[in-house]
Design a binder for this molecule. Sequence first.
Ligand code: HEM
Length: 410
Amino acid sequence: AGSTPDTSRGTAVNLVDPDVYARDGAPHEWFARLRREDPVHRHEGDPERGWPPFWAVTRYDDVVHVSRHSELFSSHRRLALFPELPSEQIEMQRLMMLNQDPPEHTRRRALVNRGFTPRTIGRLEQHVREICHDLVDQVRERGEADFVRDIAAPLPLYVICELIGAPVSDRDLLFDLSNCLIGGDDPEYQPTPDQGRDAALAIHAYADALAAERRARPRDDLVTRLLQPDENGDVLSRDEFDLFFLLLIVAGNETTRNAASGGMLAFFDHPAQWERLLADRSLLPGAADEIVRWVTPVNLFRRTATRDTVLRDVKIAENDKVVVFYASANRDEAVFRDPGAFDIGRDPNPQIGFGGGGAHFCLGNHLAKLELRVLFEVIAEKLPGIRQTGPARRLRSNFINGLKELPVAF
Ligand code: HEM
């Protein structure tokens, strides 16, 4: 451990450079080398982008270890995301459950878990199927489409609008706002930092209005449930509700979109797997997991050490930043046989694209897998001959492994 990536040798890669991801996607060869030679790697950070030095954790077992020990690796101390924020913004961000540790996190998570149990999500299946059919029917006649804009992007957004009871007329607004927030490194999505801030403020205002509406006219929906006290009388404060809403819009949208478009691209690159799926639909649930492993839409999260500790043979000091790379863990040869193969029949498939377990494991994992399973079911049924007609364009982001464009015809 301890070496700085040396980009002059041509083999090393700056894991923080968004242009790396925009060009080639996640740097899997470099990840493989780090897993082999330097699994807890000292990265000098990238001060210009607001990244202080950090430990890059690339092996599966270590990502799981860090994820499951929030008493050692905190999401709260310096938040779960780069870049570093000014201290006045940190307090506000700490109200978001993504940036909390147990026991506060446990209480908040229990409040929102009620809306995301497998049973609650299962009830959405027919609705998700209708949305998928509508989206596919809208492009089928044209014979061609941008898979990202026309199918992968609207699907999760429409599902979330349904979940929160937002009117159809607000979909475009929420879509633009969520792009502005997460596409922080991509000038096409967020030309200036101000736009990111403005988008966050607009989402707060939207959440406030939605909450006021549901308080006045309760419905049988997620938002109404989230506003009610639980059996212990616990209730989300106004800021907490707004921030949860923001987390939902962001976390539920871009991630699933990129899993869907990245999954489609994986099928184009591995046509035998598409043929296999067409021949046997019982492979759909496994395909959803393999897509999440293969694409790993969320590249990383970070933690801050709460005290001196050791990871493998590396000494981590209190307050050191530790970054877990899910994209690397999901290709760890110690866990996955032939990890560089896209194999929809992979069994077992303990992918950790939704997190390494522990407190923050993705709240929306059942929903995301449902959306992927049903989407590819509908595409297999209605567009079995779908093919790629031009290059995919990747998102410029070190956080989200995503596509901006994937031209297709059928
Ligand atoms: C957390 C990935 C879809 C809501 C997370 C985490 C990851 C992740 C890696 C952090 C886990 C950790 O720190 O241990 C993904 C991927 C998705 C997806 C790859 C799609 C393929 C969704 C959807 C929703 C959602 C559809 C909601 C509708 C959340 C929330 C958290 C979270 C609220 C924070 C949970 C907490 O802090 O306790 N997700 N996610 N995600 N995800 Fe997802």
